[in-house]
Design a protein around this ligand. Sequence first.
Ligand code: M6R
Length: 608
Amino acid sequence: MCGIVGAIAARPVAGILLEGLRRLEYRGYDSAGMAVLNQGQIGRLRRIGKVQALADACAQQSLPGHLGIAHTRWATHGKPSEQNAHPHMSGERLAVVHNGIIENFEPLKRELEQQGYVFTSETDTEVVAHLLDRELKTGLDLLAALRKTMEFLEGAFALGVIHADQPEQLLTARKGSPLVIGVGIGENFIASDQLALLPVTDRFMFLEDGDIAQLEAERIQVWDAQGQVAERAISTFEHGQGSAEKGEFRHFMLKEIYEQPRVMQAVLEGRIASGHLLEQAFGSDAGAVFDRVKQVQIVACGTSYHAGLVAKYWIEELVGIPCMVEVASEFRYRPVVLPEDTLLLTLSQSGETADTLAALREVKARVLATLAICNVPGSSLVRESDLSLMTNAGPEIGVASTKAFTSQLVALMLTTIALGRRHGLSADKETALVAALEQLPELFQQLLALDGPIEAMSAHFAEKRHALFLGRNVLYPVAMEGALKLKEISYIHAEAYPAGELKHGPLALVDKEMPVIAVAPRNGMLDKLKANLQEVRARGGELFVFAGCEESIQSQEGVHVIHLPALPPVLDPIAFTLPLQLLSYHVAVLKGTDVDQPRNLAKSVTVE
Ligand code: M6R
């Protein structure tokens, strides 16, 4: 949550900072601000609302200068307001931007107030600015003051700091919150993620927890948590720059839905050949780990959690070993039992989700190995896990996760095959699974052809306040994901149930005002699902069915059916997801909500 960006360059930095903020807006968008040093004075502009409001302000009042920091906020401490917007200052000469949460800010604030500091915001961040100022006044230089300040801070932070007396340096530090250094030619940058800096560089240095770095235009120096000089490798950004742009699409979400045929190709590339899984894709140590795995514990949040629930069905059916799945925010805070030879599998688009990372750190020492399935190379989750498999979906900007989910499912099927090999999955079965996966790019292309009928269907939802999603078996988590998508971007209250649970309570809600969306595959559960749908019809409920084959269910009064193209049943959870994504998208567009940046949410949840 929150995005920070900073720059030190020979050219003016305000434009670079603004563009960086636009690209970080998915992390929070309730206010934005910028501080730039010019001729010994720090100029600061802050505006409530989106980055555009700050851009408008910058157009009126320019901020010239070669050193600056900027921030887009997702409020944690204090309401969205100009006073609470970053950068925060102590006096006129020191400015700070912060992403994360300072957990002990209250006692620190009391102490600083007793020492005469006057607070102008309700944020936790302001204590950082005043602590820095206090340490500077003891005679420390800026770098030493930052190091000393970090000793007082509990919680998570990524910081950017500038001082009017130090026009040649931009300081940064991180502990628990993401931060990258962008390495330029005669200019250097900081940001919460690489996307923010792609217009100015494609070379990045990732800081470790506890690191402090001093950026000058021509030089970057890093010190580790112990204060020792540290070397951090520089890597080149792996996705094409164009993929972070909206292009001809009206929204990032739609663009990302439409990218899925290509994404299906990308997640499979280099992972399968001649009808087999290429296990080396998981890393050279993976084989030895997989040989020993006796059960899998999956931990994730939100959409990634739903992908984990799908994998449970696959792993228990195709591998035959136990698979537990839990949301990270629960898992991390309870005394979990982890049997011997458990593989901890974390799932995350961003690789920076605070709860997932905390869960990993909590149990890492107690499991056989850790495997991260993730979309962001170099993210904390990837760096801290023993094994990783990238989903290669490219940057996902829309807050609602779409291509990240379907690519996670493919990566999970590859993991299932790898584990299955050790537990009796035959070579023929593996070949059949791989052949099915190979159909995905073409299948997704066909699924996109349903966009028109789904858009037409969406009109039935625009005036509704609630919706019920039903699925059975492996499509139950897909129904959960459909409900999450709808509530997240259209603000229609939506819940998912395994269809068999209907008569145990939720049926009481069904009437003509409660649309019921069902995902109906072509498998042994279809007849049971059809019986559940009759129960809904009998109560006047209107049904919207995504069906796996022509002959299974037909449209009739009160029953609207969209048939999916023929597909191997094992692909059901991957394929049925796309129509539900399109449905949510079109409903949100009809309702006029902010599709890419829904209220109260942020893309990367880097705080608890
Ligand atoms: O980056 P992650 O996959 O760890 O994020 C987890 C959730 O915050 C995320 O999936 C969230 O639920 C999405 N907004 C759903 O569309």
